[in-house]
Design a protein around this ligand. Structure first.
Ligand code: GDP
Length: 481
């Protein structure tokens, strides 16, 4: 077993492990955020190493953040620009404000996307704390907070921002009020799944040139829009350098940015040590049902068992006769971690492995941390538990996820796991096959644009380059492979 108590006493040989291959900056106060340096103790080392170019980019971002972040002189100066309609564009720092919006999985993915956009455009990322961001995540950048100060002048407008807001880029394009002569002091980018064709022009090179001059960008999105950034000619070369292994974007950025606070980390580590650490193998099963009506549903139970059996993730049980077994070798112990809003699926598995022996002799323990019943986006501990569960899933050896769920995407990305995806049931029927292996561990962009900016026509953006493809679980989505 590993010694979890003495985590600060590391030697040089595992210092790189501890900093996730150099991904994490040194110099943080360890006690204020235990997860930052402890998480490698709970996971196998990632087989994916961040590129030296990504590391140097992150270090220069940290310098930029320190120079321009909240409270600094350039920040104060940039704020004064917000009082004016236009700007002379002589400020030294530019910003992108991420607005807290949607479920936790969506927020994690959209925030990672906006951070990558900030890296690509030399902007400072500032995070609207919403109801609970501060309770869930530690500060990822040294010295200066990533949280948008509470007195930021536009905060009161965030809730109302939509496609028709006067400073919405798509709205301005539509109404032809975008002129090239003067630079606006701020723009709102509406990248929410319901966005329109004009909003989608964000993904065109020419529009990026215009947007790039604006000192303040405010972004509302619930999507992982990274795949489409790779299709913008001004960004693709830089992205190739940052991520030579294309499917590692969220894996690295997620591990760099998202460190659970000590309270959430307590949920993760206590659960791990009580139920998972002693198992020979850990299997995660994330069940997310988008159907209406209270579960559990029989077709979903059938789907789970058909998938785990066919893919040899869990053994069959012997339901015919109870043979008397003489144990000669120590039995392998598999721990199954089920996450779901509903308790029925894990109860079902648990009874099955209690009532019957497995054909392989393996011992199967089934565990589900919470059963919250329904989605409660505004409750604090609810999202703390959701984050802890995404994290716990990321610590498993093999992962089964549900189609369409950003909750599962976060777990697979943080864990560096290519999951088996339970395809979406139609008409309350389990699909056949029940599941399939993902092409990559990247999240799926659920609402990508299908537009050829040069030709000004529609195009299938999933067929332009080999590394941006349609997703396994959503035919119109895009993902990096
Ligand atoms: P998505 O809707 O599956 O893409 O994932 P989101 O995380 O964006 O939104 C779903 C929300 O429902 C989560 O943030 C949780 O609040 C809640 N939720 C869904 N599934 C689970 C689960 O298995 N465990 C817990 N604790 N919460 C869940």
């Amino acid at each position: 077993g590993r010694d979890y108590s003495n985590v600060t006493a590391t030697n040089d040989s595992n210092a790189s492990d501890r900093l996730l291959g150099g991904l994490l900056a040194t110099g943080f106060d360890e006690a204020s955020c235990l997860s930052r340096y402890q998480s490698p103790l709970y996971r196998k080392p990632s087989p994916y190493k961040p590129s030296p170019y990504l590391l140097s980019k992150l270090r220069s971002y940290e310098t930029l953040h320190k120079r321009c972040g909240p409270g600094t002189e350039p920040y104060k100066k940039a704020l004064t620009q917000l009082d004016q309609e236009h700007t002379d564009n002589n400020g030294e720092c530019k910003y992108v404000v991420w607005v807290s919006f949607s479920g936790l999985g969506n927020r994690i993915l959209s925030l990672a996307s906006v951070f990558l956009y900030a890296l690509l455009t030399d902007r400072v990322l500032l995070v609207d704390r919403g109801k609970d961001m501060e309770d869930l995540f530690c500060e990822p950048f040294p010295d200066i907070s990533w949280l948008l100060p509470l007195d930021f002048p536009l905060t009161s407008q965030f809730d109302g921002l939509n496609q028709d807001s006067p400073r919405c880029y798509g709205h301005m394009l539509k109404n032809q009020v975008v002129g090239n002569d003067k630079t606006l002091s701020h723009l709102y980018l509406h990248l929410v799944h319901d966005y329109g064709d004009h909003d989608k022009m964000f993904f065109c090179q020419g529009d990026q040139t215009f947007i790039g001059k604006v000192p303040w960008l405010v972004v509302k999105t619930d999507n992982y829009f990274v795949p489409s950034l790779w299709l913008i000619p001004g960004f693709d070369e830089e992205l190739e350098k940052l991520f030579p292994q294309k499917e590692t974007v969220f894996h690295h950025l997620g591990r760099y940015l998202f460190h659970p606070t000590n309270q959430v980390w307590g949920l993760v580590t206590r659960y791990y040590e009580a139920y998972l650490s002693n198992a020979d193998e850990k299997i995660g099963i994330q069940v997310r049902i988008f159907d209406v009506g209270a579960g559990p549903f029989q077709h979903v139970m059938d789907q789970i068992s058909s998938c785990t059996r066919k893919e040899k993730l869990l053994p069959d049980v012997d339901t015919v006769i109870e043979r008397s077994r003489r144990v000669t070798t120590p039995k392998k112990h598999k721990a199954v971690l089920v996450t779901s809003l509903n308790s029925g699926y894990s109860e079902n598995l648990k009874s099955m492995y209690w009532e019957y022996p497995t054909l392989t002799g393996e011992i199967i323990g089934v565990h589900q941390p919470s059963q919250e019943g329904y989605q409660q986006t505004e409750k604090k501990m609810h999202n703390g538990k959701a984050l802890a569960e995404m994290y716990l899933l990321s610590m498993t050896d093999s992962l089964v996820t549900s189609a369409w769920s950003t909750f599962g995407y976060v777990a697979q990305g943080l864990g560096g796991l290519k999951p088996w995806i339970l395809y979406k049931p139609e008409n309350r029927t389990a699909p056949d096959p029940a599941c399939g292996r993902a092409m990559s561990m990247e999240p799926c962009f659920h609402a990508p644009p299908f537009y050829d900016c040069k030709a000004k026509t529609g195009v299938d953006t999933g067929k332009l380059v080999p590394h941006v493809r349609h997703c396994e679980d959503m035919s119109w989505g895009l993902k990096l492979v």
